[in-house]
Ligand binder design. Structure first.
Ligand SMILES: *Cc1c(COP(=O)(O)O)cnc(C)c1O
Length: 399
C-alpha cells in the first residue's frame, strides 16, 4: 500500500497564500471507513491527542467513533461532539484522585489501569466503574516505542483485575499498545500472545472480561525516516495478523468478546498537510571546514512538526519543478538547534533557486502536529487550521 496526496489536498495547498495546516475531513473519514472494513467487528475510540481539532473529532463521531481520552480536559472535548459518555474511556493509566473524580462526574465509567494503587483510587472515586488492564509491550519495531511508562506484566494484570473485582469494580478488559508507527507484524503477534496467556489465566480464576482494547500503533503511510527513506509499513500484513489474533482470542474466551482499537496517527497523519514558506536557503562553512547548505522553513518543531527528530517529512516546492538542486539540512524558523530535521544519514535535495517567501508543502503531518504546537515559541504562532469539508458537508453544500 502506498501513499499519494489527494487532488483535493493538492488544490487546497495550491490555493493557500499564507502559512496554515490543512486537514482533509473526507480523507480522515475514508481512513476510518477503510479501517472498520479491514477489521470486521472493531469499534474505534480515536486517540484524541493525535489531532484534538473539534471538526476532526466531530467527523469521526458522526462516523460512529468514540474517544480515547487521557485527561478530564480531553473528556470534555470528546463530549462536546455529542457522543454519549459510554463511548469515551479514560485511556491513560496515569491519573490523580482529582482526575478520577472529574472523569466520573463527567459520566465516564471505563478506566484503563495497570496497578493496584490506581485500581484502589478508581474504586474509591469512581465506584462501580469498569476497568481494563494494560499489558506492557516492548515497543520493539515501532518508530516511537512506548514501553515502561504504562502497562504491567501478565501476572500483575491478573492480580490487578482480581483486586478490581474484590473492590466492587467490573474487571472488563485487557489492553495493549504496540508502540506508535509500529512497522512489524511480529510486535502484533507478540501482543496477541501476551493477551492469550492472560486471558487463559483469568478464566482459570473465573474472571470473564468482555473486551480487548488493541490500542494504537497503526502506521501512517506517507512518512520518511530520518535517513529520508520511505517507511512503507506492511499494513495489509498487519491487518491480517490482527484479524487472526482476534479470531484466536475469541475462540479461547468461550464467551462473547468485543474488540476496540484506539488509532491516532493512522487516521489523521496522511490527511493533514502544512503550507509553509521558505525563510532562507543559506550556505555556511562549519568549524569542521565543511560547507553546508541549510534550508530554514517558516514551520518546524515548535509550530507543527514536533516529530522532526524521527522523520523527514516529504517536502514539495510547487514553484520549482526543474532545475539544479543542492543537498541541504532542513530546519525550522526558531533559534533552537533542536528545531532541525533529522539528517544523520541523508540530506534533502532542495532547489538551488528557492527564494525567501516561496511556498513549501509539508506532507503527511496531520498527526501530533496541532497538539504538540507550542504557544508561540520565539514568537512563531501556532498555524491557523483550514478544514476541507467532509463528504457529508460537501453533499449538504450541493443541495
Ligand atoms: C497515544 C495513544 C494511542 C494512539 O497511538 P497511535 O500510535 O497514534 O495510534 C492509543 N492509545 C493510547 C493509550 C495512547 O496513549
Amino acid at each position: 500500500m502506498s501513499f499519494r496526496v489527494s487532488s483535493r489536498m493538492r488544490a487546497a495547498l495550491a490555493a493557500a497564500s499564507e502559512d496554515q495546516i490543512i486537514f482533509d475531513l473526507a480523507g480522515i473519514e475514508r481512513a476510518y471507513d477503510s479501517l472498520v472494513s479491514e477489521l470486521p467487528g472493531i469499534s474505534i475510540r480515536f486517540a484524541m491527542k493525535a489531532c484534538p481539532v473539534d471538526e476532526v473529532l466531530a467527523s469521526l463521531a458522526r462516523r460512529g467513533a468514540g474517544f480515547d481520552a487521557a485527561s478530564p480536559g480531553e473528556i470534555v472535548q470528546a463530549l462536546g461532539t455529542g457522543v454519549p459518555a459510554g463511548l469515551v474511556h479514560y485511556g491513560n493509566t496515569v491519573k490523580s484522585d482529582r482526575n478520577i473524580v472529574d472523569a466520573y462526574q463527567l459520566g465516564v465509567r471505563d478506566f484503563a489501569t495497570d496497578s493496584i494503587a490506581d485500581v484502589t483510587a478508581i474504586a474509591t472515586y469512581a465506584p462501580g466503574s469498569r476497568v481494563f488492564c494494560r499489558l506492557a509491550t516492548t515497543g520493539a519495531g515501532a518508530v516511537w516505542g512506548l514501553s515502561r511508562k504504562a502497562g504491567c506484566s501478565g501476572t500483575d494484570a491478573v492480580r490487578v483485575l482480581a483486586a478490581a473485582e474484590e473492590k466492587g469494580l467490573t474487571p472488563s478488559g485487557l489492553s495493549v499498545h504496540v508502540g506508535s508507527q509500529q512497522m512489524t507484524t511480529a510486535a502484533w503477534q507478540d501482543a496477541f500472545n501476551r493477551l492469550t496467556g492472560v486471558l487463559i489465566a483469568l478464566s482459570r480464576l473465573d474472571i470473564r472480561i468482555d473486551h480487548i482494547n488493541l490500542g494504537g500503533g497503526l502506521p501512517a503511510l506517507g512518512y520518511r525516516d530520518r535517513a529520508g527513506h520511505a517507511l512503507n509499513p506492511p499494513l495489509d500484513a498487519i491487518f491480517a495478523t490482527i484479524r487472526n489474533g482476534m479470531c484466536r482470542l475469541r475462540e479461547i474466551a468461550g464467551t462473547p468478546l468485543d474488540f476496540i482499537m484506539e488509532p491516532g496517527r493512522h487516521l489523521v497523519a496522511d490527511h493533514g498537510a502544512i503550507r509553509a514558506h521558505v525563510s532562507r536557503l543559506s550556505s555556511r562553512r562549519q568549524l569542521t571546514g565543511d560547507r553546508e547548505h541549510w534550508l530554514y522553513l517558516s514551520c518546524g518543531k515548535f509550530n507543527g512538526l514536533y516529530e522532526i527528530d524521527q522523520l523527514q517529512y516529504r517536502l514539495a516546492f510547487p514553484t520549482h519543478h526543474d532545475g539544479h538542486t543542492v543537498p541541504a539540512i532542513v530546519a525550522g524558523p526558531t533559534c533552537d538547534s533542536d528545531d532541525t530535521f533529522g539528517h544523520e544519514h541523508n540530506l534533502v535535495e532542495v532547489p538551488e533557486a528557492v527564494a525567501s517567501g516561496d511556498p513549501v508543502w509539508i506532507l503527511s503531518c496531520g498527526a501530533y502536529s496541532t497538539s504538540y504546537t507550542t504557544q508561540g515559541f520565539n514568537g512563531f504562532a501556532p498555524l491557523p487550521v483550514t478544514l476541507l469539508p467532509s463528504e457529508q458537508m460537501a453533499h449538504v453544500d450541493a443541495c
